[in-house]
Design a binder for this molecule. Sequence first.
Ligand SMILES: [Zn+2]
Length: 316
Amino acid sequence: MPRALAVDVGGSKLAAAVVELPGAGGVPVLTHRRTVPTPADEGGPAVLAAATALARQVLADAAQDPPGARVEAVGVASAGTVRPADGAITHATGTLPGWAGTPLGDHLRRELGLPVLVLNDVHAHGVGEALDGAGRGHRSVLVVAVGTGVGGALVVDGEPAVGAHGVAGHVGHLPVPEAAGVPCTCGREGHLEGFASGHGLRTAFRDRTGRDLPAREVAALAAAGDGTARTLLAEAGRATGRTVGALLNVLDPDVVVVGGGLAAAPEPWPSELREGVALEAMDPVAATPVLLSGAGADAALTGAARVALARAHDIP
Ligand SMILES: [Zn+2]
């Protein structure tokens, strides 16, 4: 049974586990899981050292159980933009200061002596969602994650489209009319993420009411009938739907899977999402199923492991 070590490097925690892939149609099994807090405040080298130590520990645990058991490859899901050729981090946000410039792939290859594939965490999560979540059984799956930020991944035949620079799938940085004039985290303005992410919703609600509440509380207020919260949640849902509809025109996937914290938002978010899709999608793609996330919290680990094992013979 093929086994990979999977490592997830996030802004708040580092996780590693052995992922076993059963035969066709089976569900991945995670064992030997370890999790530690990310020493994000200590900078990139400290995060790299902690991730490497965690990976070594899990490999050591796995080698004893059963004795001599082999791990074929290492799949890493990391925050930040990943250079496809070597798995270096080329860009990272403020959640991981100093992470940009980290030669993550080369370092782990040298330290662990195994083939290593590094994916951006949204790409890895997208593969997990496509193969083991709501996208299961579909050949091409567009995954859109609407949480603190807005990310996405197009997964075709189990492979994420990462693009020439590892940037593909940044669906939060498409313009939508609802976000006109709103500053975006990328330094531009008018993008979906600046308005319709959890962070955007929180900022918009604070700007209009003077109250600073997490997005989930804004959503709860909307459900309880608060007019401002309801209007903002509706606009955010519609803006997200417009983006999904426009992406259907460009990518024409078999299904779309929407996940992230806001995917669980109450009405009017879900109906406005569907309205937004209907506004933008061309007729032949208008009926494309838009599903809600079905993958659990381990999707990034299983996704990274799956791609690493699929490519174990071609990755350095
Ligand atoms: Zn942007």
